[in-house]
Ligand binder design. Sequence first.
Ligand code: GSH
Length: 208
Amino acid sequence: MAKIRLTYFDIDGGRAESIRLALSLGGIEFEDHRISFAEFGEVRAGTPLNSLPVVEIDGVQYTQSNAMNRYFGRLAGLFPADPWQAFLCDEVLEIVEDAVLALGRTFGLNGDELKAARDALCDGMYTRCLRLLDRRLEAAGGVYFAGQRLSVADLKVYVWVKRLKSGALDHVPVDLADKVAPAVVRHMERVAAEPGVVAYYADRRKES
Ligand SMILES: N[C@@H](CCC(=O)N[C@@H](CS)C(=O)NCC(=O)O)C(=O)O
């Protein structure tokens, strides 16, 4: 098996978290290389696009978190084989990626500017994304987003919704998802209770 080293911030969230979860759930050995925000300037200079996450596979660095979600998802049995179900899984991955990207554009703002940008995000794009995810989930049977079983789409939505509800994001109401996408919140709670996810965070607590 190739030697895999995943580099990302030392947070249990963000773009690398669903990848870490997929690797862990799939029993795929990898080095979980975590860096502090203070180290980012130095580390990013050594990455192909000056950004994280990067995954090093047999000594070569690769970029793009959703490519990693798909590849490791396939290796881990967490990506649908059926082309239509794969499309549904992909759509969800990209909806959440767009949402993550939009939040990134508000970083660096402060005070009233930050509040205005986050209010607009929550009332506009985030409400639309959450409502769409709610509809997709119901259409897929209400439990998983694709293939009637856990996939990287479920992991990526779980990580995002957990963050929205965490209270860590200024001006993002913790009950936004509850109000506009209750099925997605129930989904988040179910994914949190998946045995592989519970085991992953139990191991994380032992490490820290
Ligand atoms: N499309 C890339 C985006 C990567 C990205 O923007 N990562 C953020 C951190 S989560 C970053 O490194 N931002 C710094 C920058 O781009 O200047 C991916 O999905 O991996």
